[in-house]
Write a protein that binds this ligand. Structure first.
Ligand SMILES: [Zn+2]
Ligand SMILES: [Zn+2]
Length: 285
């Protein structure tokens, strides 16, 4: 940046922003969603750092439709430096994914307890729970109460009106039994658009019930998209991040979820994966 022939700023990008009376805008925030004004008014968020995300809250093992075993997934997650991981295998009404019923979840929970006693990484007993067509949940309450982390998800019977889909999701959120809504728009990039939900209604219900929204980092999902993340943040909703791993190589997708969180202006306090294992356990329903 020059004044006549004199250089006034430009050794670094930060210098130019400062010369213009603005705070430096990180590349992730350059989406024309109010960051210029925020930089001028010195109220840009201090967005969550990759290293602050210490746990993965969405992953599968070969107990449902994953490729690797519980032990293999836990050990790979530990090698990546994670402090905890939630295994959120599918529930029974998703037979294509070998969904588990109450009895199989009880058996898996025992295996997880035994592994937790001897492994360095902590494992949360989770479920990716089918939200059925009428908004009811796929496992009995007693079974859900045995779990540490419940991610409600819609995978089937998507051919409903926007109002029906919204009511279905809101009913599940109001049940008091789920921690987060997995991949909330249900889009698959290149295959299908996101569901036409009334997101104000969904977010109001999340806020009222202290239910999180998920950012699923699996590339074809990348769901919630960053613009809806920013909108949900304005509702003071908090978020869970997940890789949605189906094999050990997918664990790196957690970083992609963090990248979306950053684009959506999320700070450390907005993301529960920055909490320790014991604090996350306190969120159980
Ligand atoms: Zn899913
Ligand atoms: Zn999943």
């Amino acid at each position: 940046m020059f004044n006549g022939k004199d250089s006034v700023a430009g050794k670094s990008e930060e210098e130019i922003y400062n010369k213009l009376g603005m705070d430096f805008i990180l590349p992730e925030l350059r989406e024309n969603t109010g960051e210029i004004e925020a930089a001028q008014e010195h109220r840009l968020p201090k967005i969550v750092n990759y290293k602050e995300v210490i746990g993965d809250l969405h992953a599968h093992t070969n107990d449902s439709d994953g490729v690797n075993s519980l032990e293999e997934m836990a050990s790979a997650a530990e090698k990546r430096g994670l402090k905890y991981i939630a295994f959120t295998n599918h529930s029974k009404s998703l037979p294509v994914a070998h969904g588990l019923d109450e009895k199989r979840f009880a058996e898996l929970n025992k295996k997880i307890d035994a592994l937790n006693d001897k492994s360095g990484i902590k494992i949360l007993k989770g479920v990716e729970l089918e939200i059925l067509k009428d908004g009811s949940l796929d496992l009995k309450k007693e079974s859900l109460k045995e779990l540490d982390f419940v991610a409600g998800a819609v995978h089937q019977n998507l051919n409903m009106s926007s109002k029906e889909l919204t009511d279905r999701l809101v009913k599940a959120i109001n049940s008091g039994m789920i921690n987060t809504v997995a991949h909330p728009t249900d889009r698959i990039i290149g295959q299908r658009e996101g569901l036409k939900l009334d997101f104000d209604k969904v977010m109001e219900a999340c806020k009222k019930n202290d239910v999180l929204l998920e950012i699923d980092g699996y590339p074809e999902r990348s769901d919630l998209p960053f613009d809806l993340v920013k909108k949900a943040k304005d509702y003071s909703i908090k978020f869970s991040l997940g890789s949605d791993s189906h094999r050990t190589e997918h664990l790196r997708f957690l970083d992609l979820a963090t990248a979306i969180a950053r684009r959506g202006w999320l700070e450390k306090k907005d993301v529960i994966n920055t909490l320790g294992y014991k604090e996350v356990l306190k969120l159980r329903r």
